[in-house]
Design a protein around this ligand. Structure first.
Ligand SMILES: [Zn+2]
Length: 212
């Protein structure tokens, strides 16, 4: 069994991975040319073992599953890092460097989810759609105001729309990204294994499945 690494936790579950027999579909846009080029070979992986019907995050009986493609990034901290940026890279981005690190690894898997996970997904998506609706309403109000020549209102709506829409879009992208994440994976140290932040009951169920 692999030993603990820098960004793993002693309570993590370890799930076997493998290279999929056929390429993962619809991920072409993720393999954009990066400048500078990736420091490691791009890698597509999939979960290579059956997972127990227990939610990894909450440790309760799963009531469904979610197909997830987890992305890993070539960052200064690690070439297959689980976050697009480290704090140091966020600081460099503020000074004009690349905003996001390029994708280096994709892990596809069908993860068990419980009612709490499903509720979280719904809530995040409702909030994202809510923000989108507010942005759309603001845009319509801005157009109507311009058309009706309500001059005093235009700067107010314009100033809300301009920084507001950029921030809103960032929040919406983050909410959609988080809503599809029933598990938290650590950086990929070895293409044969994923370290997964897991509830003790998920670990126990996984170990029992492996002993069978
Ligand atoms: Zn759950």
């Amino acid at each position: 069994m692999p030993y603990q690494r820098r960004w793993t936790h002693e309570n993590d579950a370890i799930v076997r991975l493998r290279r999929p027999p056929t390429p993962i579909p619809n991920v072409g846009r993720l393999w954009e040319k990066s400048n500078p080029p990736l420091r490691v070979a791009p890698l597509e992986l999939e979960v290579a073992q059956p997972l127990p019907e227990v939610c990894a995050a909450h440790g309760i009986q799963a009531t469904g599953s979610a197909t997830v493609r987890t992305l890993f990034y070539d960052t200064d901290a690690h070439p297959r890092f689980h976050n697009p940026r480290t704090i140091q890279e966020s600081w460099k981005a503020l000074k004009g460097d690349a905003w996001f690190a390029p994708v280096s690894t994709i892990v596809a898997g069908k993860w068990p989810i419980c009612p709490r996970c499903a509720r979280k997904v719904r809530t995040y998506r409702h909030v994202a759609y809510g923000i989108l609706a507010i942005m759309a309403a603001n845009f319509v109000a801005f157009i109507v105001t311009s058309y009706a020549h309500i001059e005093w209102l235009k700067p107010w709506l314009g100033s809300v729309f301009c920084p507001g829409s950029i921030l809103g879009l960032i929040v919406i992208v983050q909410l959609f990204a988080k809503s599809g994440d029933p598990v938290k994976l650590r950086p990929i140290y070895d293409e044969r294994f994923a370290f997964v932040q897991a509830h003790p009951k998920f670990r126990q169920a996984l170990q029992e499945d492996c002993r069978r």
